[in-house]
Each structure stands twice: as structure tokens, then as C-alpha cells.
Write a protein that binds this ligand. Structure first.
Ligand code: S3P
Length: 448
């Protein structure tokens, strides 16, 4: 849906300790890629644990529009009958990616080297976000993009008729840009090379290899050099999607802030390109144990046991950790507000081009809740008020951003007065069971 439905105002308040087991949904990044790679494969890909958030549902719809057969069999259990690399049909209508930057950027990548034309749009948040970061490298393959000023959606991509392989150094740490280039490289002859100075989430590389592509990663002084050999025959796979560490972040941080809490969050991906938040929380003094480490669906996972201590300390988060926790800074800033001392988050300017400008959204909402913030283009500094020190008592604007909504609802579980958000509806894009799951742990989060 490119329209944004009725806002859902919500409020959270301090209450009982959180107890129990929090089974968070499947990983959003892996869910998108399972559908997309399934659509580019020959045969039937079977997916279990698929995240049924709106972002992923929009990608499923898009894959159907390009000719794949995508079927839901039961909750989280899906199959994709693919059309093979280069087999995409031209969609007969506009592709609406809703709120999903990952969806639109990856799909633009995988159609850009096929001689078809597709027009993309999204909701009010997605239509503000920059697409030039993807269409610039796609132009090197021979694709053309016609969008609004500043490279904004709605945008039409005319796929290259005779694509050439590309060597591209990503100008910003972005798994979406890297993945768009690799997916475009699938239908170009020869070798497509992506060089990234800082490691970003590596699900595309892992999954492309799993689907049978020839892809290597070399760590060099210039960064990670990822080389993909074009025009492989991708073969259908079984994909077991692990639980999303970015969704786990919310119950984990809630348990660290709500007095007396003790919860278990099972089967959370511990992929080192994704687990920066947990490292940071442990450095702040959090009591988190990583139990039963194992491999599931090709990803390292563990069960997280999280206990409240009421004794978290502000820290400086190293810049080089930013990519591994980029989606977790909003909720980290909430934890930082409830810690003693100052937390400094540098190298975070990518947060300004997410579903909202997340530095601005968090800074304004935290200030409204009585927290002192400093910010510049690339930095967010939170002056913590200690475990029971945040006044709260404000309504925070969520700017059609699921993670901003969930972060402020977590804050309300620890602040002196309740915290409200103007619109909790975007939570359904990534964590449709958030309200039920949090209520099951005992959290007081309700619609107004
Ligand atoms: C994602 C990459 C990240 C992240 C997003 C998911 C992905 O975006 O913020 O939620 O699945 O590749 P960027 O590539 O813009 O950093």
C-alpha cells in the first residue's frame, strides 16, 4: 500500500517486570532475499519462518508481478516457483514497495539487467528516500532511471538490453546498495565486483552462494572485495529464516529497562554483521547471556537470556561498529537515556536517510521526554538520567517509522510518566506481532 492508513496512537507505561519467552519474527533482510532469490531460481524454493510484515508482503507481491509464483501455505511457510536469472517478465502495473527501502532497492537491482521496464512507488516515507545511491551503479550496467527530483520515487527503471559487468566501490556503508549491484550482476556476463570499505550485513553473499552462484569475498586493505560470476543458474533452495536480531532488540532492551525483568529470546541471529547492539549492551553492563549457540538456516544463532540489573553505564560506541547495528541506534538511544553517564554514537549519518531521519526523530522525542541530547550531522549524544530518571510524559512523533514507534514505546516502560506515540501503525511493516508479544511478557503497551 502506498497510502498510509489511519494512525494508531499508542501509549506505554511502567508496570510489572517482564517475564517469559519472546519468540520474535523472522529476519526481515533474509525474508526479502529468500523471496527475491527464489524468484530468480529455477524450481520451487521453500521458505519457513518468513517474516509476514508488510515490507516483505510487498516484496512477495512484486515478485508475482515479475512472473514468479509465490504461495503462502501456512503462517511463515511459503514457496516460490522462480523464473530463473534473466527470466523476469515486464510488470503490467506499478510496483508498490510500501515502506520498504530494502524491497525497492533490491528489486530495482534484480530487474535492471533484464530488457524490461518497471515503475516503482512507495508510501510517503519511501518516496522521500534517496534512490540515486542504487540507480548510479545500475546505470553502469546500462540501465536507465527516470524519477522525481533528487532521485526520488515514483521512478521508472528501463533495464539494460545488453548489460555489462561492473566494478563498483560503494560510497556509503549500505547492504542495500551492495545487494542491488550484486543482484544486477547476476544477469550480466562476466564478473561483477563490489568493494565495500566497511563490512555491512552479508546475507546477500551468503544466500547467493547458497542458491548456487559463484561468489567470493576477499578481505583486503581497501576493504571487502566481493566478486560474483554472472549468469549462473540459481537453483531453488530450502530457506529457514532465523529470528530477526533487529526485532529482538525491542524486547531485549525493554527487559533491560523494566525493573525485575528476566526473559528469554530464543533463536536470534548472531551474524557478526548484525550483532553490534548486543556487544554494545554488554559493554554498558547489561546482563545478557548467549545460550545454546548453534547454526540455523546458515546463520549463527543463540538464545538470549536477558535480566534487569538497573545498572547500565553510558559508553562511546565505536564508529566501525555502526553498520552492524545501524537499525538499532533508536532503541539504543532509549537505553542510553536510562543509563548513567553519557553515550556517544558517532558515524551514524546513514540514520538520516532511513524510514525517517532517525537522529532527528529520536532527539526530538527524547528531549520531549526530558532527556538532554546533542547532535550533529553524523553524531548523536545522549546524556543518561539513570534507571528511574527519565521523566517521560510526552507524545513522540514516529514519522511513519516502525523502529521510532517501538523505541519510544520501550522508553515508556521505564520512564516516570507514560510515553505516547502519535502512530504505531508502521510497526506492522517489520514486527506485526509486537503488541501481542510485549503484552505476553507483561508490558503495558496499549492503543489509546
Ligand atoms: C538492509 C540494509 C540496511 C538496513 C535495512 C535492511 C538490508 O540498510 O538499514 O533495514 O536488508 O540490506 P542500508 O543498506 O541502507 O544501510
Amino acid at each position: 500500500m502506498s497510502g498510509h492508513g489511519e494512525p494508531i496512537p499508542m501509549t506505554s507505561r511502567k508496570g510489572a517486570a517482564l517475564k517469559g519467552v519472546a519468540e520474535v519474527p523472522g529476519d526481515k533482510s533474509i525474508s526479502h532475499r529468500a523471496l527475491i532469490l527464489g524468484a530468480l531460481s529455477v524450481g520451487e524454493t521453500q521458505v519457513t519462518g518468513l517474516l509476514e510484515g508488510q515490507d516483505v508482503l510487498d516484496t512477495a507481491k512484486a515478485m508475482r508481478a515479475f512472473g514468479a509464483e509465490v504461495t503462502r501455505h501456512a503462517a511463515g511457510i511459503w514457496s516460490v516457483n522462480g523464473v530463473g536469472v534473466g527470466g523476469f517478465a515486464e510488470p503490467t502495473n506499478v510496483i508498490d514497495c510500501g515502506n520498504s527501502g530494502t524491497g525497492v532497492r533490491l528489486i530495482m537491482g534484480c530487474m535492471a539487467t533484464t530488457a524490461i521496464t518497471a515503475t516503482f512507488t512507495g508510501d510517503a516515507s519511501l518516496n522521500k528516500r534517496p534512490m540515486g545511491r542504487v540507480t548510479d551503479p545500475l546505470a553502469l550496467f546500462g540501465a536507465r532511471a527516470y524519477g522525481r527530483q533528487g532521485g526520488r520515487l515514483p521512478m521508472t527503471i528501463v533495464g539494460a538490453e545488453f548489460p555489462v559487468p561492473v566494478t563498483y566501490t560503494t560510497p556509503m556503508p549500505s547492504a542495500q546498495v551492495k545487494s542491488a549491484v550484486l543482484l544486477a550482476g547476476l544477469n550480466a556476463p562476466g564478473q561483477t565486483v563490489v568493494i565495500e570499505k566497511e563490512a555491512t550485513r552479508d546475507h546477500s553473499e551468503r544466500m547467493l552462494a547458497g542458491f548456487g552462484a559463484k561468489i567470493t569475498t576477499e578481505v583486503t586493505p581497501e576493504g571487502r572485495v566481493i566478486t560474483l560470476t554472472g549468469q549462473p543458474e540459481l537453483r531453488a533452495q530450502r530457506v529457514a529464516v532465523p529470528r530477526d536480531p533487529s526485532s529482538a532488540a525491542f524486547p531485549v532492551c525493554a527487559a533491560l529497562l523494566a525493573e525485575g525483568s528476566d526473559i528469554l529470546v530464543p533463536g536470534v541471529s548472531q551474524n557478526p554483521t548484525r550483532n553490534g547492539l548486543f556487544t554494545t549492551l554488554v559493554e554498558m553492563g547489561a546482563d545478557i547471556t548467549f545460550e545454546n549457540p548453534r547454526t540455523e538456516g546458515g546463520e549463527p544463532v543463540a538464545d538470549l537470556r536477558v535480566r534487569y540489573t538497573g545498572d547500565l553505564k553510558g559508553i562511546e560506541v565505536p564508529t566501525e561498529r555502526a553498520a552492524s547495528m545501524i537499525d538499532e541506534y533508536p532503541v539504543l538511544s532509549v537505553v542510553a537515556a536510562c543509563a548513567t553517564g553519557t553515550t556517544v554514537m558517532r558515524g551514524v549519518k546513514e540514520l538520516r536517510v532511513k524510514e525517517s531521519d532517525r537522529i532527528d526523530a529520536m532527539a526530538r522525542g527524547l528531549e520531549a521526554c526530558g532527556v538532554t541530547i546533542e547532535e550533529d550531522l553524523d553524531t548523536l549524544i545522549v546524556h543518561g538520567l539513570g534507571a528511574a530518571g527519565v521523566p517521560g510524559g510526552a507524545t513522540c512523533a514516529t514519522h511513519i517509522d516502525h523502529r521510532i514507534a517501538m523505541s519510544f514505546l520501550v522508553l515508556g516502560l521505564a520512564s516516570q510518566k507514560p510515553v505516547s506515540v502519535d502512530d504505531g501503525s508502521p510497526i506492522a511493516t517489520s514486527f506485526p506481532i509486537f503488541e501481542g508479544l510485549m503484552a505476553g511478557l507483561g508490558a503495558e503497551i496499549a492503543r489509546d
